[in-house]
Write a protein that binds this ligand. Structure first.
Ligand code: ATP
Length: 935
């Protein structure tokens, strides 16, 4: 027992350092809304300065002034990064913010390697060898100091955010930046202060940790991962939960050390526990209002341009074959290119910030090498084995993405990559350690491809593989799976409402991405006679993500750009061998970090989009100088659209824009008898904590009838819709759709069975075109699409119902317009067209006429009626506008405080005194409830 206690006390030192770094992350997040992945790197840089000055008494300064200067350096780094980078990112995407901090991390890390090298430095305890006794066990002065400082900073930060004007301003800015800006709160003072504090805490944590972990550029930089995990449990704002988890992590690691548990396990298990906690606390779909409208990186239309492809492949082959050095650089480039494509699929298309590609590649490499060295499988089968193994691991790493999103997912994937690295890739018993594993020389059709002997031959194979992968990734973009990914990336709730399995799409993206990474790793396994797996650390994942985002994370050309400029790639070979600048490598790494930050400020959509718009502008300039005939030939209408990443028109389909010869009608939903009960709900109840939002509501919806639901704000109308459609996880009660119990089905499964809905805030896919928004509701739902689209993408066509809706709602001209560019009234029409296209048997409309003008409201009212009369659907209409309700509905239900106050024909119900009191009380006696136009 006392021994356990002793180990627990020892663990408090490391845990305190985790907590200190994590507290810095919390301070910075609360002050500027940014999760600083460079927190550990700031601590590392400051620690090197301290170590340089102190060097265990050999330097020029005693410990205290050296610590003070180290902490000041950390403070200055934090403030400088805020002033030069962060403050320009306030309206940037989450991804740009993450990548900018990763860029700073790369900059500090490569600068430290350049200046100090990678050899570890050790220090004796900073506060001497003294100890205090705590319940029979010893605690060193260092540990005591770390603990006291952590607790003092915890109290200080709590007071800062609760009691000071600056802290309250920080909270205001964090909770509602627009409102805070409107009352004149400037983000600058809070930003500077919190980044200064963050930098100081990172420095403190780093310096105090040197005697425990030693000092290397990577150890302290990677401290950010457990620190992020601790801050994640405290949701990046809770100071004391963060401290508690940080300390617990350190203690757990120390206790495992007592039982001599494998070091890989020690560094992975506590973290794994945190991941489980966070994943269990996550949700399958974001809640109402949780989806923030944010700018997403642009994505290409996915057109394969055969000429560009052939030119690129020929250039690649020529370079690959030109000399062994270029061949080698080409192998590096293509391997990086595959990794970048893997990032493109999961992060660019599906919007999941995953920092795991190197771990997946490492695993693919490991399995391919084992297949060669143990099973002596032929080269191609080894590649296949590596690829498939990575897919399995990818599904495992992607698992949390089903319930965790955004930067939280970035942290979790980082942690899982670290676990893969520690548990598999760095385990000598499995991989042969630094000795590596002997692989057989690769051959193809009898041709020896041994990269050491024939780098050009192997490079040619790699170029062909990359070209095929690039075409497959472009195909995915044009297919059903691509639309699913983009729908999920844009709006998970909207995607589920049209029947897309959000979890399925995320896992599909993770699997495809893992296949590409695994293939990259498998190709690398044969790079030399001995495969080693030490080069697949999290820094490689970070660099790949950062470079791909800089190139353009939505564009295959962006991935190629990232590959060409990567370490050891074609550009680096050009600089070191053609320009003969052999010492450039370290500088290139430093410039890369600077470049990444600069790009996130100036061109967050990537270099490629910028180059393409430059090309566009030059083209237009040239065109204006050309004779008229030549100009007409040049100005093909689809050029700008394809290059700007806008959607291209789908394959041949009847032209919806032609004037209709007969009045357009919506085609009848098949298999639904007019007047039959389509949806029956009994005793539906939804609670949110202590609030009962819907109290035992029962209702029936019949085909061809419109039921209106009215009630004051907060009556529970939307919650009732959420419960019926599967968006309220806490809902109880029985819900039957066409006689089938759907109460336990997820939202997307109910949508597939014919339950269509709109949302108050529309939940459209803002960065997709109107046509693509509608197509997402029409696409097939099979899993086969994830494989089939790689080869034969289904571009999709608008069905009869969609075409009719497009004409009825006057959307013909907007079909290829990106939805974000439409005014609100037109966006409402898109939401309705997307719904109609699915030909649902039940239609649930949540305030669909809100914000429409008088004429638009009348058209909308007619359309809601047509949904029942022509489409034959059972319609439930939540609406505040009594004119619309009276004119459209056959039956009205009045909700008040979650309960049915009254129900019946509109003319009767809307006249009831109790209803008027509850909801219509604002009407004067002179005002009459209009007579319904029909029953
Ligand atoms: N996610 C949630 N967490 C906690 N309470 C919630 C949540 N969603 C809704 N509520 C509460 O449930 C009650 C019903 O809200 P709901 O939005 O369904 O009403 P509503 O009739 O649709 O109102 P409105 O007309 O303003 O849209 C309200 O008291 C609301 O505050």
């Amino acid at each position: 027992m006392s021994e356990l206690w002793q180990f627990a006390l020892v663990g408090l030192a490391g845990g305190g350092a985790y907590a200190l770094v994590a507290l810095g992350i919390v301070a910075v997040y609360r002050g500027s809304g940014i999760l600083n992945f460079s927190q550990g790197a700031i601590g590392m840089a400051a620690s090197y300065v301290f170590w340089d000055l102190y060097k265990e008494g050999d330097g020029s300064l005693p410990v205290v002034p050296a610590v003070v200067i180290g902490v000041l350096v950390g403070t200055a780094l934090g403030v400088a990064f805020y002033l030069l980078v962060v403050r320009f990112l306030h309206s940037s995407s989450e991804m740009a913010k993450v990548v900018a901090t990763l860029g700073f991390m790369l900059l500090l890390q490569s600068a430290a390697v350049k200046i100090y090298g990678t050899q570890p430095h050790l220090l004796k305890p900073l506060f001497g060898d003294g100890k205090v006794t705590v319940f029979g066990a010893f605690m060193t002065y260092d540990t005591l100091a770390i603990l006291l400082i952590t607790i003092a900073l915890g109290i200080g930060l709590t007071l800062l955010f609760r009691r000071t004007r600056l802290g309250m301003r920080a909270t205001a800015l964090w909770e509602n930046p627009q409102a805070a800006a409107a009352i004149g709160v400037s983000p600058l003072p809070t930003g500077i202060t919190t980044w200064a504090l963050g930098g100081a805490m990172a420095a403190f944590g780093g310096i105090l940790l040197i005697p425990i972990t030693g000092l290397t550029p990577s150890t302290l930089t990677l401290l950010v991962i457990p620190a992020m995990a601790a801050a994640l449990v405290g949701r990046f704002t809770g100071i004391w939960p963060t401290i508690g988890v940080g300390l617990a992590l350190g203690v757990a690691e120390s206790l495992m050390r007592k039982y001599e548990i494998n070091s890989g396990v020690i560094s992975s298990v506590p973290f794994a526990v945190i991941i489980v906690v966070v994943v269990l606390g996550g949700t399958a779909l974001p809640g109402r209002g949780e989806v923030l409208l944010r700018r997403l990186p642009r994505v290409s239309a996915g057109r394969v341009k055969p000429v560009s492809l052939v030119v690129a492949a020929v250039v690649g082959l020529v370079i690959a074959g030109s000399s062994p050095t270029w061949g080698s650089a080409m192998i590096n480039t293509t391997v990086f290119g595959l990794l970048a494509l893997s990032v493109l699929v999961v992060t660019g298309y599906a919007g999941q910030i995953s920092v795991a590609c190197a771990a997946l590649a490492g695993f693919g490499s490991f399995v391919a090498a084992r297949a060669s060295s143990d099973l002596h499988l032929p080269f191609l089968l080894c590649l296949l084995a590596g690829t498939l193994a990575a897919v399995l691991l990818g599904l495992l790493i992607g698992g949390p993405a089903v319930r965790v999103r955004g930067v939280n997912l970035a942290i979790i994937t980082l942690g899982l990559s670290l676990a893969v690295e520690n548990l598999i890739l760095l385990q000598p018993s499995m991989t042969g350690g630094s000795d590596g594993m002997v692989v057989e020389s690769p051959t193809l059709l009898g041709l020896d491809l041994n990269p050491s002997a024939y780098p050009s031959r192997y490079a040619v194979v790699c170029v062909v593989v990359l070209a095929i992968a690039a075409v497959a990734v472009l195909n995915v973009r044009r297919g059903e799976s691509g639309r699913r990914y983009l729908a999920v990336r844009a709006n998970e709730r909207g995607a589920a409402s049209v029947g897309v399995s959000v979890a399925g799409a995320k896992l599909g993206a993770f699997a495809t991405s893992a296949a590409l990474a695994g293939l990259a790793g498998a190709l690398s396994a044969f790079r030399f006679t001995i495969a080693d797996f030490t080069g697949y650390g999290v820094f490689n994942s970070i660099t790949t993500l950062a470079f791909t985002v800089v190139g353009g994370v939505g564009f295959v050309a962006g991935a190629v750009f990232a590959a060409v400029t990567s370490q050891g790639g074609l550009f680096a070979n050009f600089v070191s061998n053609v320009l003969d600048l052999t010492t450039i490598d370290a500088w290139l790494a430093i410039f890369s970090g600077l470049f990444v930050m600069d790009m996130m400020i100036r061109m967050p959509d990537g270099v490629i989009l910028h180059m393409s718009s430059l090309k566009d502008r030059t083209g237009r300039l040239l065109a204006s100088a050309l004779p008229v005939g030549a100009r007409a030939r040049r100005d093909r209408p689809d050029t700008a659209r394809a290059e700007s990443g806008r959607a291209e028109p789908a394959a041949a389909e009847p032209d919806a824009s032609k004037p209709a010869e007969a009045p357009v009608t919506l085609p009848h939903v098949s298999g639904v008898e007019p007047g039959s009960t389509v949806l029956a709900a009994r005793d539906v109840r939804v609670t949110y904590g202590g609030i009962v939002a819907v109290k035992d509501v029962s209702l029936e919806l019949a085909a061809g009838k419109v039921v209106g639901v009215v009630g004051p704000n907060g009556a529970g109308k939307t919650t009732l819709l959420d419960a019926l459609t599967g968006f309220a996880p806490s809902a109880l009660g029985a819900i039957e759709l066409r006689g089938r119990d759907v109460g336990r089905l997820k939202a997307h499964a109910r949508a597939r069975l014919g339950m269509g809905r709109t949302f108050q805030n529309l939940e459209l896919f803002d960065d997709l075109s109107v046509r693509e928004n509608i197509l997402t509701g029409l696409d097939g739902r099979g899993r086969a699409a994830y494989l089939r689209d790689l080869v034969r993408p289904r571009r999709g066509t608008l069905n009869e119902a969609a075409r009719a809706a497009v004409v009825l709602l006057d959307l013909e001209r907007d079909l290829d317009t990106v939805v974000a560019d439409l005014p609100q009234g037109r966006r409402r029409m898109v939401a309705i067209a997307r719904l109609v296209a699915q030909q649902p048997a039940v239609v649930l409309l949540d305030e669909p006429a809100a914000g429409l003008n008088g004429a638009e409201r009348r058209t909308a009212g007619e359309l809601f009626r047509a949904l029942a009369d022509q489409l034959g659907a059972a319609v439930l209409l939540v609406e505040h506008n009594i004119d619309v309700v009276a004119a459209t509905c056959d039956h009205v239900i009045v909700l008040h405080n979650g309960e049915v106050l009254s129900s019946g024909p509109p003319a009767e119900v809307l006249r009831e005194q109790a209803v008027r009191d509850a909801y219509l009380g604002r009407l004067t006696p002179a005002e009459q409830v209009p007579e319904p136009e029909r029953h």
